[in-house]
Design a protein. Structure first.
Length: 117
């Protein structure tokens, strides 16, 4: 496995583990490479309350930094019910459950391959 693939695998694993540590729900990982030349993977997850949304997002950010992996920025503020974390080639969406049901990104991404982590 080449270095880029190893780093990507480590990044995906780190992000998913960080979500799981904070009890994120409905974690889905999509292989986005065939749909967008700038994004390799998209991760979706949800939380049952606003405080948990932010705890998950902060934990993903912290764990990626601790692992020495690449990241760009996080979009959302203390009142946001949907936080987007840009990890360069990976995008993580952390939703309050109601937002996830409203936007239904799973339906938008239904034709993309899912990745088991």
């Amino acid at each position: 496995m080449e270095k880029k693939e190893m780093n990507m695998s480590k990044l995906l694993e780190t992000a998913v583990m960080a979500i799981d540590e904070k009890k994120g729900e409905g974690i889905l990982v999509y292989d986005f490479r065939s749909a967008n030349p700038f994004i390799d993977y998209v991760i979706l997850c949800s939380a049952s309350n606003l405080r948990q949304v932010h705890a998950i997002a902060d934990n993903v950010w912290d764990r990626v930094k601790e692992a020495g992996l690449s990241f760009r920025h996080m979009e959302g503020n203390k009142d946001s019910r949907w936080i987007l974390i840009d990890l360069e080639r990976v995008v993580v969406h952390v939703f309050f459950e109601e937002e996830r049901q409203f936007y239904r990104l799973e339906h938008l991404y239904a034709d993309l391959p899912r990745v088991d982590i």
